[in-house]
Design a protein around this ligand. Structure first.
Ligand code: PLP
Length: 383
């Protein structure tokens, strides 16, 4: 009877992207229609209106993370933010410093940026994670040398949802005089993050992971952090990222941040309840299931499960009216086994039996009940 109220297909892949919040779309519309001005046109009201929208958005982002608006740079997304943060800071510190530290379970764009630096002759340390997905603080401390310019450790992991101990990392980096960058694409707007309290120097944000539009992101850059630009031109964004901003996209990510600031506790509780509901149904019905990643330090909207004895790609394909994934959108596009699950100690067979289920603001109880029933039935069938 719940089936009648459920709209198909059911979306449970909130780590890949999120639906845009209607309120976000409404905030964007004027800048796609009548207020079409170039925000960098300073000579007429079309430009001023567009610029005002961009600056309000900048303030909204800053407010959500405890920063000041002058510390927010708009980018095309967290991929660009991560590239700018990692390469820009490392280039600025060279030749005095030539070493960075990151983690094996980072997002592909962080690891690819690090590998690109390595190819250019820089030294990179890739820290291990334990079976919970967390780094060892002793190992981080031991890896820092007087040649280290940057430590890049993500906030919430996009495959297993675990939250690194940002406060401890931030404190250590501050203590050692090393810049601390965090890829917070999955964390901003979902869990409280204050850049002052956590001693975060640089932070990457994505619009489409927080119910905003795709194609926009932001970089928080602490005042006076030395960095070089990657995109040169008209000198927008304090010379750090040239190119005409999209006021509509800026207004969208800004509104998404404003809503997240107001509704974070409510969203978190909603996602927690649905997550518990889904997990208890699945674990009551199946005894071949293992929960991946730390159970305590985590964002509850990201569930990663191994169903022993099945192939998850077959399960995911079979569940035609339920959108879940076998891993990150990037690695599933390349059909490569998850290096994140490998890093927490899963073997090939276990990795091939794992799925990620993402729950978010728009997920309903009916969707969860339906998804649980179908996943259980399908796993039992495939066993
Ligand atoms: C989605 C994601 C990115 C990439 O963000 P885009 O805005 O799509 O470029 C980077 N890091 C993490 C952790 C992500 O989840």
């Amino acid at each position: 009877m719940t089936e009648k109220t459920v709209k198909f297909p059911i979306y449970l892949d909130y780590q890949a992207t999120t639906p845009i919040d209607e309120r976000v779309l409404l905030a964007m519309m004027p800048y796609l229609t009548t207020n079409f001005g170039n925000p960098h046109s300073v000579e007429h009201s079309f430009g001023w209106q567009a610029e005002a929208a961009v600056e309000i958005a900048r303030k909204n982002i800053a407010t959500l993370i405890g920063a000041s608006h002058g510390e927010i740079i708009f980018t095309s997304g967290a991929t660009e933010s991560n590239n700018l943060a990692i390469k820009g800071i490392v280039y600025a510190a060279y030749p005095k410093k030539n070493h960075i530290i990151t983690v094996k379970s980072e997002h592909e764009c962080v690891l690819a940026s690090a590998r690109s630096l390595e190819n250019g002759g820089f030294d990179v340390t890739y820290l291990d994670v334990d079976e919970d997905g967390l780094i060892d603080m002793g190992a981080l401390e031991a890896a820092i040398t007087d040649k280290t310019s940057l430590v890049s450790v993500m906030a919430v992991n996009n495959e297993i949802g675990v939250i690194q101990n940002l406060k401890a990392i931030g404190d250590l980096c501050r203590d050692k005089g090393v810049i601390f960058h965090t890829d917070a694409a999955q964390a901003v707007g979902k869990i409280p993050l204050d850049v002052e309290e956590l001693n975060i120097d640089v932070m990457s944000i994505s619009g489409h992971k927080i119910y905003g539009p795709k194609g926009i992101g932001a970089l928080y850059l602490r005042k006076n952090t030395p960095i070089l630009s990657l995109i040169d031109g008209g000198g927008q964004e304090n010379g750090l990222r040239s190119g005409t901003l999209s006021p509509a996209l800026c207004a969208g990510i800004g509104k998404a941040c404003a809503i997240a600031g107001e509704e974070m506790a409510k969203d978190y509780q909603h996602v927690t309840e649905l997550s518990i509901r889904l997990l208890s149904k699945i674990s009551a019905a199946l005894n071949n299931v293992h929960f991946n990643g730390c159970r305590e330090n985590r964002y509850p909207g990201n569930i990663n499960l191994t169903f022993y004895g099945i192939k998850s790609d077959i399960l995911v394909a079979d569940l035609r009216d339920i959108a879940i994934s076998t891993g990150s959108a990037c690695s599933s596009a390349k059909h490569k086994p998850s290096y994140v699950l490998e890093a927490i100690g899963l073997n090939k067979q276990e990795i091939d039996a794992s799925v990620r289920i993402g729950i978010g603001r728009m997920t309903t109880i009916e969707e969860i009940d339906h998804a649980a029933d179908h996943i259980i039935k399908r796993v039992q069938y495939l066993l």
